[in-house]
Design a protein around this ligand. Structure first.
Ligand SMILES: C[S@@+](CC[C@H](N)C(=O)[O-])C[C@H]1O[C@@H](n2cnc3c(N)ncnc32)[C@H](O)[C@@H]1O
Length: 313
């Protein structure tokens, strides 16, 4: 079961109307989308996910609420061109709820979990059955020690990146690393005893590999830019992130989009030509985080941050 994070805050923040056209760029199990659909009786919801199982489940779920929705199985980097195919060039609200869903994590065979044994996989899009499959297995077994150190450090902010990469490379000289728990044991052997008692020692490395396999950070900024370019005046974009690397990308992009152009910085506001005024304003200056009540009910909400921006001209 997936419990949607910051559900009330997202629904309030998207400023929905009966006839809103809305895009849920990370449909998942349609938790947010179900609440959105209930509020847009004369509008339309476009739900995007690259995971076929998420699309099938959501289709059944949303059909019990209404029929004014279209589901598109694709990577959200393709959002603009896919919406154009459906004749949509402007929308009133867009939501990104990044990362993986609980069903993805809980299905052992997907290989996302460091608690359950499975083949190293971690692909969100499982359709690629060609010989060129790129999954966690390829990252762990084919990347050089330097490449592994770099992704563990950059995408996991892992302090023991070098030591872990070193152990991986030594281990795989004898045999390939094929399963999640095999990798967990190698990671455990590389980190000091006292670290093992704190957070799960494999958490950051698994996050880093997942980001690498799914190119998560590479596509985020470009996808958010595309999302901003789709917003109608008064339209809103809401983004929920789950780690500091994603949040930094969202924060910086939103700050830039809502700032006055450098060319006219320092000029009195009423003298600045309209073309240099920002097209967007931040709806909340600081990121919205889950309430104590939500945190007590949903462990996954702990690192969540919500940022919302509105097109004003
Ligand atoms: C956290 S879940 C969304 C949960 C959803 N908001 C709900 O309440 O049920 C994130 C979803 O986004 C999808 N996803 C992540 N990155 C994606 C991408 N680049 N393109 C398309 N879907 C993506 C994942 O497959 C997953 O189903």
């Amino acid at each position: 079961m997936h419990i949607s994070v910051l559900l009330d805050e997202v629904i309030d923040g998207l400023n929905l109307h009966d006839d809103s056209v809305v895009v849920d760029a990370t449909l998942g199990y349609a938790g947010h989308s179900s609440e959105i659909l209930k509020r847009i009786k004369r509008g339309c919801l476009y739900g995007i996910d690259q995971d076929g199982e998420a699309i099938s489940h959501s289709k059944r779920q949303l059909s019990s609420i209404g029929d004014n929705f279209v589901l598109i199985k694709t990577n959200f980097i393709n959002m603009k061109e896919q919406l154009a195919i459906h004749g949509v060039v402007e929308v009133d609200a867009i939501l990104f709820d990044l990362g993986v869903s609980s069903p993805q994590l809980d299905t052992a065979s997907r290989g996302f979990s460091y608690h359950q044994d499975a083949r190293l996989d971690m692909r969100m899009n499982q359709d690629d059955e060609t010989l060129d499959i790129f999954s966690a297995y390829e990252v762990v077994n084919n990347y050089s020690k330097e490449e592994l150190t770099d992704i563990f450090f950059r995408y996991g902010e892992e302090k023991f990146s070098r030591q872990i990469a070193d152990k991986i490379v030594t281990y795989r000289r004898n045999k390939p690393i094929t399963t999640t728990l095999e990798l967990v044991e190698i990671i455990k052997s590389a980190v000091p005893e006292k670290i093992k008692c704190q957070k799960h020692p494999a958490k950051k490395v698994f996050q880093a590999i997942r980001i690498e396999v799914n190119h998560e950070l590479d596509i985020l900024e470009e996808s958010l830019q595309e999302a901003l370019s789709l917003l109608a005046i008064n339209g809103r974009l809401a983004v929920i992130t789950f780690h500091s690397l994603e949040d930094r990308i969202v924060k910086n992009l939103f700050k830039k989009a809502s700032s006055i152009d450098n060319v006219v910085k320092g000029m009195p506001l009423d003298k600045i030509p309209v073309k240099y005024l920002p097209k967007f304003k931040l709806v909340n200056n600081k990121a919205i985080t889950p309430s104590a009540v939500e945190l007590s009910k949903n462990n996954r909400a702990h690192s969540a941050k919500l940022r919302i921006i509105e097109r004003i001209r």
